[in-house]
Design a protein around this ligand. Structure first.
Ligand code: ADP
Ligand code: MG
Length: 320
């Protein structure tokens, strides 16, 4: 099967600054790749090169087998792109913008109206279709961009922070939409929201300082963090020392970290010895004592933890 999206050793220099440093990746049909990295890591620049909007300093990109430099028109036909920031043409309404895009894309006239209405419905723009884009909230502007990207029902989608500026309900809707259309498409989304990666991505690529520093299924990446399979135990402050001495005495517990919560509660993060499952041990040893435990649940921040470990040094360099 052809790789639908290919970045082949992409490099981009802005003057002295190497914004993208030898990035290679491929995405097949049915895959949703989450492109992760701190601000300034090079996500948007990579996406602009993948879509042919920015010429690489070195390397190549192709979409559905079409080189974006030498077969740009064919590549763009199968590609939907949501750029960073707000859509162009702020004086237009979503309705007129989508008509304009349909014309530029040369959609057959009998299909045009249908596709426009479909993408308005999919992105829930009904209430604002006749309002100038300029006057819309950030969330609506983002969704106009998304409607434009989906308009021709492309096989490949490159979405630069599709949920940026959306409220939690809208984020949920956009994730549902991506999940729904994903089986027949190849998709890249950039994000710095890690729960988004867990929710919709089959693969995650982390970049920092323009370089790919991790590539794998979200679960596999999470496994690399010490917090993989860790538990969080919430209990009242006055019970913490008792709980700590019990937990730290367990062979399969590597370490216990604590965080102060509101209302006199403390969260203990119980980190297992690598590869161990500690739910039953922890539940049993704590339930023998009267510790007034509020909750015991999986600590779901392993991917976030890995992300911080891998990228924090580049953040510091940026700040220096
Ligand atoms: N047109 C440009 N001119 C100069 N530097 C740029 C330009 N675009 C991006 N950069 C720099 O390249 C780096 C990567 O930016 P970007 O790709 O936007 O990162 P991200 O999308 O991951 O936040 C940043 O340091 C940014 O300041
Ligand atoms: Mg960006």
């Amino acid at each position: 099967m052809t790789d639908m999206i290919v970045a082949d050793h992409l490099v981009k220099d802005f003057g002295q600054k190497r914004a993208v440093d030898n990035v290679s990746l491929t995405v097949k049909r049915g895959e949703v790749l989450g492109f992760l990295g701190p601000n300034g890591a090079g996500k948007s620049t990579t996406m602009k090169m993948l879509t042919g909007f920015l010429r690489p300093s070195a390397g190549r990109a192709s979409i559905a087998g079409y080189d974006v430099a030498t077969a740009a028109m064919s590549a763009r036909k199968v590609l939907g792109y949501l750029p960073e920031g707000a859509p162009l043409y702020p004086d237009m309404t979503p309705w007129s913008l989508l008509h304009f895009c349909a014309e530029v894309r040369n959609l057959p006239s009998d299909l045009r109206q249908k596709r426009i209405i479909e993408s308005i419905e999919r992105t829930n723009l009904q209430s604002v279709v006749m309002q100038p884009i300029d006057t819309l909230s950030k969330g609506f502007k983002r969704r106009v961009g998304l409607a434009q990207a989906l308009l021709h029902d492309p096989e490949v989608l490159i979405l630069d922070e599709p949920t940026d500026g959306l409220d939690p309900n809208q984020k949920h809707e956009v994730r549902e939409l991506i999940r729904e259309i994903a089986p027949n498409k190849a998709i890249i989304i950039s994000t710095h929201i890690l729960e988004e990666v867990d929710a919709i991505c089959s693969r995650a690529v982390i970049i920092a300082d323009g370089k790919v520093i991790a590539d794998g299924a979200p679960g596999q990446l999470a496994e690399r963090s010490p917090l993989f399979n860790a538990l969080s135990v919430v209990l009242p402050n006055e019970k913490v020392s008792q709980a700590l001495s019990i937990l730290e005495a367990q062979d399969q517990v590597q370490e216990v970290r604590s965080q102060t919560l509101a209302d006199g509660l403390i969260k203990l993060i119980v980190v297992p010895v690598r590869g161990k499952l500690i739910l039953s041990i922890v539940t049993n040893c704590l339930s023998e004592e009267k510790l007034d435990i509020v909750s015991i649940r999986p600590e779901a921040t392993a991917l976030e933890d890995l992300f911080r470990q891998l990228t924090v040094s580049s953040d510091k360099r940026e700040a220096a």
